[in-house]
Design a protein around this ligand. Sequence first.
Ligand SMILES: [Zn+2]
Length: 265
Amino acid sequence: MIELPDVERMIDAFAGYATGKTVSVVLVDDDETVDLESDRVEEHIQGHAIDTVERHGKYVVLRFRSEVSLIFDMGSDGEVYLESQTAPPRETSKIRLQFAAGRELRFASSSNGGDVYLLEGEDLSGLGLFDNLGLDPLSEELTAPRFIALARDKSRSTLKGLLMNEEVVAGIGNEYADEICFQASIRPDCKMADLTDEQLGQVHKYLRRVLRRATLHWQAAHSDPGWLINRRRPGHTCPRCMTELESLSLVGKRTYLCPRCQRAA
Ligand SMILES: [Zn+2]
């Protein structure tokens, strides 16, 4: 499942190359889900340069100098990546943007989501896509008091439910939600109403720390013996105390936790 650090990594891998480059040809591989009017593509994208690449939650936004934006909804397994034009596209390919230099930017997705949008003008609110999107967990806006206030509004939610609620905080999925709860030493099935401000402050601190580390040092985080994310399998033990991990279903997702290190409220 795609989560915020994965999207950041993808953007890092292509933004330096693609920014400022002109798209010479647009190829739509899946015209059932990619519903773009060809005259708008010809007018606003072909022959125009990418100005900036942004991330909003799990959406990747390519802003063009022609003042349109192409938006990819990463869904649960979307991928945006650079590839040589001679390499055959994947079966799940949605759209490819070719540059004159022989490479192309590809978007592939097999899942729900995976949609592509074209928006004219600088204001992204026109589509309504981001209206219900919560704060970005890596933005300065998500201060501890703000997070605690958001949590207090969802008093009946579980901690994991809150972390995965896109309308509260955007971009956190199953694996990082478990990691944040583990690092904060709190059980993911705790009800918000039962957590103190101090505990919520702890969750906020580790939410930022886990996501920042996974974004900046993905490789190191994913080989860190102290991280739960590397041991999310039945029968595996806690990286701290070696107690066997507990597994349960929460928010419809397979959840792992250490019954000894992670306390109930
Ligand atoms: Zn433990």
